[in-house]
Design a binder for this molecule. Structure first.
Ligand SMILES: Nc1ncnc2c1ncn2[C@@H]1O[C@H](COP(=O)(O)OP(=O)(O)OP(=O)(O)O)[C@@H](O)[C@H]1O
Ligand SMILES: [Mg+2]
Length: 466
């Protein structure tokens, strides 16, 4: 994290998102401030509350995309939720506190997999040992069945010959084990079948009964009752390669201290957690509203409030404080305004950034500039069937022009328009490949206009198709 300076964060976002400089800078600063805070004294740290961000902008200009890319960038616990998913307490739907429970669950998974990675080589060695044991014991039990100790002599005294025979036998076994180990390491035994005890995967009674309805209780029935009914273990035959995978994760589990993992995860969620609250405008009222669905919308806002403000939520990993989690909210706010949110909530999002509507130039850049851009994607897809697409400069201009035009004529859905247009534009090519097609197709202005002109000129038609 100490290397992720605001500038670096913006650069990383630039690889995927065109424009929107202000929004990128705000999230970068908020993120860096987490790090800055972590370097301060305990007393001061407690005082510094995160400056939550509200991203406002028309639909399809990159709000969700910024959050998505940000989450991949930072190794902080991150969760993206739609405000519309929640309902006021007492109504049917998910309760707001589940956000905190989910982000902690995510943090636990994250810390756990880091811990697993640390013990990986040790777990691998232990798993290898257990597989060797299984292989050896499978073989010797087979041998025993054949010879069945035909002599079965009563051994009261042990002669010298017998002692040396035993020694020789032990030596032989050691060598045999070494030989098996060599084969195992070379992967020659991967398809060999062995029998092993595994946890019974069939769902237990508890899982059947504890639906999602009990999640409000803040703990997991499975965890609580799991100890009362120990998991059943059954014998299963499987190839060595699969047994290795299972044993490695079993051994890794044994090597890590889950209590410590949970402690660290809770701490990380509390201090580094980022909650992206999408579609916040959808739970804001509209002017003149105040009846009907608006009542419960305001209720959702009131429920969200304490979490944004800082509260303690009981989770199955213990109590978790949301005071220092960073909230980034987003909304188009085209039929309403941030001022339509309840005042208390407005105050919790002091950093406001507006995202710009995309113009023709932006749209053209979005077609080519982002890593794995739309044109790249279609290029690669058709390459699979031996067709090389060539997007010429004037062809790209034409696509952007049409996108802009349709956005103006019908509804402005931002960059999403490019998806519908590209799909329509390349429909025929995508259908004819690889059967009747030419290996190189130039997508130039002529081709674009020929394919789309009739649809664009007909307003009603483009409303449906593009
Ligand atoms: N500035 C941009 N640069 C690159 N791609 C973009 C940009 N804006 C939007 N896109 C692309 O358009 C699509 C929709 O964007 P996104 O989901 O971020 O919209 P949004 O702003 O969250 O809209 P909504 O308000 O409807 O949720 C995504 O596939 C995204 O890749
Ligand atoms: Mg969105």
């Amino acid at each position: 994290m100490d290397e992720l300076t605001p500038k670096k964060i913006v650069e990383a976002l630039d690889a995927h998102i065109v424009g929107q400089r202000n929004a990128k800078r705000s999230v970068a600063v908020a993120l860096r401030n987490r790090y800055r805070r972590s370097q301060l004294s305990e007393a001061l740290r407690e005082e510094i509350l995160p400056k939550n961000i509200l991203m406002i902008g028309p639909t399809g200009v990159g709000k969700t995309e910024i959050a998505r890319r940000l989450s991949r960038l930072v190794k902080a616990p991150f969760i993206k939720v739609e405000a519309t998913k929640f309902t006021e307490v007492g109504y049917v739907g998910r309760d707001v506190e589940s956000i905190i429970r989910d982000i902690v669950d995510g943090a636990v998974r994250m810390v756990q997999s880091e811990a697993m990675a640390r013990v990986q080589s040790e777990a691998k060695r232990a798993a290898r040992r257990r597989i060797l044991d299984l292989l050896v014991s499978a073989e010797s039990s087979r041998q025993e069945r054949y010879s069945e100790r035909s002599e079965r002599r009563e051994m009261t005294t042990v002669t010298d010959e017998e002692v040396s025979a035993q020694q020789a036998e032990r030596q032989r076994r050691r060598e045999h084990r070494r030989e098996l180990a060599r084969k195992l390491d070379a992967g020659e035994l991967d398809d060999e079948m062995i029998e092993m005890e595994v946890e019974d995967p069939s769902p237990s009674m508890i899982e059947v009964f504890s639906g999602s309805g009990v999640e409000e209780l803040g703990f997991n029935m499975q965890d609580m009752l799991g100890n009362l009914f120990p998991s059943r273990r059954t014998k299963k035959r499987m190839p060595v390669s699969e047994a290795r995978r299972i044993l490695e994760s079993e051994e890794a589990q044994k090597l890590i201290d889950m209590d410590q993992v949970t402690r660290e995860a809770v701490e990380r969620a509390e201090n580094d957690g980022i909650i992206f609250l999408d579609e916040l405008d959808k739970v804001a009222g509209t002017k003149g509203g105040g009846s009907g669905p608006d009542v419960s919308r305001e209720g959702v806002q009131r429920d969200i409030l304490p979490i944004v403000e800082g509260t303690t939520v009981m989770t199955k990993h213990g109590p978790v404080k949301s005071d220092h989690m960073l909230f980034i909210a987003a909304g188009a706010f085209h039929t309403n305004k941030p001022a339509d949110l309840i005042p208390e909530l407005q105050g919790r999002f002091p950093v406001r950034v507006e995202l710009d509507a995309l113009d023709q130039e932006d749209l053209r850049r979005i077609l080519v500039e982002p890593r794995h851009s739309l044109t790249d994607q279609y290029h690669e897809l058709l390459q699979v069937d031996g067709v090389t697409l060539l997007f010429t400069d004037d062809g790209l201009d034409a696509i952007a022009e049409i996108a802009e035009e349709v956005n103006n004529q019908t509804e402005n859905i931002g960059a999403r328009r490019l998806h519908t247009i590209m799909e329509k534009l390349l429909q025929d090519i995508a259908f004819s490949a690889p059967d009747d097609t030419v290996p190189r197709i130039s997508v130039d202005r002529h081709y674009v206009e020929k394919t789309l002109a009739s649809i664009v000129s007909d307003r009603d038609l483009s409303r449906y198709i593009l």
